[in-house]
Design a protein around this ligand. Structure first.
Ligand SMILES: CC(C)(COP(=O)(O)OP(=O)(O)OC[C@H]1O[C@@H](n2cnc3c(N)ncnc32)[C@H](O)[C@@H]1OP(=O)(O)O)[C@@H](O)C(=O)NCCC(=O)NCCS
Length: 182
């Protein structure tokens, strides 16, 4: 993972956020439950990765792989019979990577009450070529004030991801230089 050139330096035409925004909907069944009888977190994470992957593929115009998933938050349990909506959009783009923000909402499949938010996550996808090598992506063009806020927040997360990774690598190198083995 390298600190690449910012999206603004890309010569690929930008794409608006709305061009790739996607919602994936799924009714939860007994196959999706954990030992408590509520929906297994991993089932939700798979839907989150699927929806985010569709968005990343649409935005980048080709294959994209999950590089990281962070801040996966489960706010409320999801139950059998819930209609789950997974809403995803590109928040930020780098040179070859994209941060996709995902919100998970649930509603009873047979009631008309509004859906409630049950989770959220941020995923980084890298667009790749046929050899699996990172390829450049179009810069995302945030359209609404909400898109702009999400873009700014994504830049903060990006800075923190890079700083955390750098700090850990430096610590490991220091420990190795001091002769510690682990
Ligand atoms: C993601 C992957 C393509 C990155 O390859 P790499 O050789 O490290 O390439 P780079 O260092 O140039 O990284 C490419 C981009 O991804 C970003 N990236 C890589 N690893 C990342 C991580 N852990 N978190 C966030 N961003 C990451 C880099 O910052 C870079 O973004 P930028 O070009 O916008 O600045 C590679 O690690 C890979 O193929 N991983 C497996 C992906 C996969 O199979 N996912 C499904 C899991 S089953």
């Amino acid at each position: 993972m390298t600190d690449q050139a910012p999206a603004a330096e890309s010569d690929i035409p930008g794409k608006p956020t709305s061009a790739s925004r996607t919602t994936l909907s799924h009714i939860m069944t007994h196959n999706d439950t954990n030992l408590l009888g509520t929906v297994h977190g991993g089932v939700i994470m798979k839907l989150v990765d699927d929806a985010a992957g569709a968005v990343a593929g649409r935005h980048s115009g080709g294959p994209a792989v999950t590089a990281s998933m962070d801040e996966m938050v489960f706010l409320e349990p999801v139950r059998v019979g819930d209609l789950v909506h997974v809403k995803a959009q590109v928040n930020w783009t780098g040179r070859t990577s994209m941060e996709v923000g995902v919100r998970v909402l649930a509603e009873r499949w047979n009631e008309s009450n509004p859906a409630t938010q049950v989770g959220s996550a941020y995923l980084v996808f890298a667009a790749v070529d046929a050899d699996g090598k990172p390829r450049a992506v179009p810069p995302v063009i945030p359209e609404t004030e909400k898109d702009k806020r999400r873009n700014q927040e994504a830049q903060i997360r990006r800075t923190h991801r890079l700083a955390r990774r750098r700090a850990i690598m430096e610590l490991r190198e220091k420990r190795a230089a001091e002769g510690f083995e682990d």
